[in-house]
Design a protein around this ligand. Structure first.
Ligand code: COA
Length: 410
């Protein structure tokens, strides 16, 4: 953490060999597309109703990226900038960017690399993590391990989605559920106990067919037939996923608490993956947690997959539901099947003002990052052209020699 902000140590946490290190959440940010789509609007395109969607899922509206220029990387970069702003932390000091996403811009390069470029995080490694809706907690857990083991001092964890582009808008069983958005948390090393206390990661691949985008990977590459038969859209067995989720959310929460040496009574807030309000309420009932201990915002965003937990964190902070020394559990589930839970001691003092000039400085840094990226692209093109010309020259030498050889033989 930045010494100036809260007296805790960032880079220097490395200093004493063998000194325990902790991974604290020091920044949080979110971004959603402007366009809000209500249940009533959906009822005009598929055979559904606001009443059905609300009572079965808790969703009232979702944000949808209607502008094709808005992607998981652009939303992720916006959320990331907001998180760096809160922590008053320069992108150039990041060691690693992990992006959990189920709707990457491409199979490769990673969405994390695109975010790294947009931020100008020139010293950061970057990679994507695929664990569907559990991906954000998976990434948080790996980021924390990197920090605790001394491999990194600062890791930006992003969850970013535009799942609306993988939704079949004629399938009422799935299209009402998902929304677009991104959230990001910054993790920093500190010698102060707290931060990420434990994590539980799980997978049961025997349920891989329950929630799947069947084509577009190496098993079923894109063909005219896969496109025509809608195999690039999300397919889901809703009831089976529902049964799995209600069981696994409570169990993973219990396990993460136990690993952290905490009991259910110690929990101040659970921030669950926002897939279905009924799943959340049923899981919390199993744990014996009262409603005031659970954060729910699915009504406004729908299921934003990897982005749902960090978006909920941002809103919980804004609503004053997260205070220093609170014990928080973040828990998710998703395709794979996968599940993940982490117990965190929230240790960040709130409400510190970041000087305006520093925000201006950072914004100038992002403009510079754009220029830098363009220049690098341009210089690669120039290099490529020059190399092409050289190759042409070489080609001429080879052709001349061959001609000489042919003549000599005649
Ligand atoms: N509007 C109106 N009716 C709908 C509908 C919609 N959007 N979607 C499905 N229905 C209908 C079904 O066709 C079915 O009709 P039928 O009885 O005539 O066959 C009926 O509603 C009940 O369907 P069912 O699937 O049993 O509903 P449900 O109570 O299980 O709710 C989900 C469906 C999808 C909301 C629920 O199963 C769910 O949330 N599952 C988990 C999904 C999830 O979390 N996925 C993401 C994981 S990260």
């Amino acid at each position: 953490m930045d010494d100036k902000r809260n007296g805790q140590v960032g880079k220097s946490a490395n200093a004493g060999f063998g000194r325990p290190r902790y991974a604290h959440i020091t920044g949080w940010g979110m971004a959603v597309p402007d366009r809000v789509v209500t249940n009533h609007e959906l009822a005009q395109i598929v055979d559904t109703s606001d009443e059905w969607i609300r009572t079965r899922t808790g969703i009232r509206q979702r944000h949808i990226a209607v502008d094709p220029r808005e992607t998981s990387a652009t939303l992720g970069a916006r959320a990331a900038r907001a998180a760096l702003e809160v922590a008053d932390f320069p992108a150039s000091r990041l060691d690693l960017i992990l992006c959990a996403t189920s709707s990457p811009e491409h199979i490769f390069p990673s969405t994390a690399s695109l975010i790294q470029d947009a931020l100008g995080a020139v010293h950061a490694g970057a990679c994507d993590l695929s664990a569907a809706c559990s991906g954000f907690v998976y990434a948080l857990s790996l980021a924390s391990s990197m920090i605790v083991s001394g491999q990194a001092d600062s890791v930006l964890v992003v969850g970013a989605e535009v799942l609306s582009r993988f939704v079949d808008w004629s399938d009422r069983t799935t299209c009402v559920l998902f929304g677009d958005g991104a959230g990001a948390l910054l993790l920093q090393a500190s010698p102060v106990p707290g931060g990420v206390l434990s994590s539980v990661l799980g997978s049961d691949g025997s349920g891989s067919d329950l929630l799947i985008v069947p084509a577009g990977g190496s098993r079923r590459p894109a063909t005219l037939e896969t496109v025509a038969s809608g195999q690039h859209f999300i397919k889901m067995d809703g009831r089976a996923v529902f049964r799995f989720a209600t069981h696994v959310m409570a169990e993973a929460t219990r396990q993460a608490l136990e690993k952290a040496g905490l009991g259910v009574a110690d929990v101040d807030l659970v921030i669950p993956h926002q897939a279905n309000e009924r799943i959340i309420r049923s899981s919390m009932k199993q744990l014996g947690l009262s409603e005031d201990k659970v954060f729910i915002n699915i009504d406004r965003y729908g299921n934003t997959s990897t982005a749902s937990i960090p978006i909920a964190v941002c809103e919980a902070v804004a609503a004053g539901r997260l205070r220093p020394n609170d014990n928080v559990v973040m828990v998710g589930f998703g395709a794979g099947l996968t599940w993940a839970a982490t117990a965190v001691r929230w240790a960040v003092p709130m409400g510190q003002e970041v000087p305006r000039w520093r925000a201006g400085q950072r914004s100038a840094g992002y403009s510079l990052a754009r220029v830098r990226s363009r220049l690098l692209r341009l210089s690669r093109k120039v290099e490529g052209t020059l190399a092409g010309e050289q190759n042409e020259g070489l080609g001429k030498i080879v052709a001349d020699r061959l001609e000489e050889w042919r003549r000599a033989r005649e």
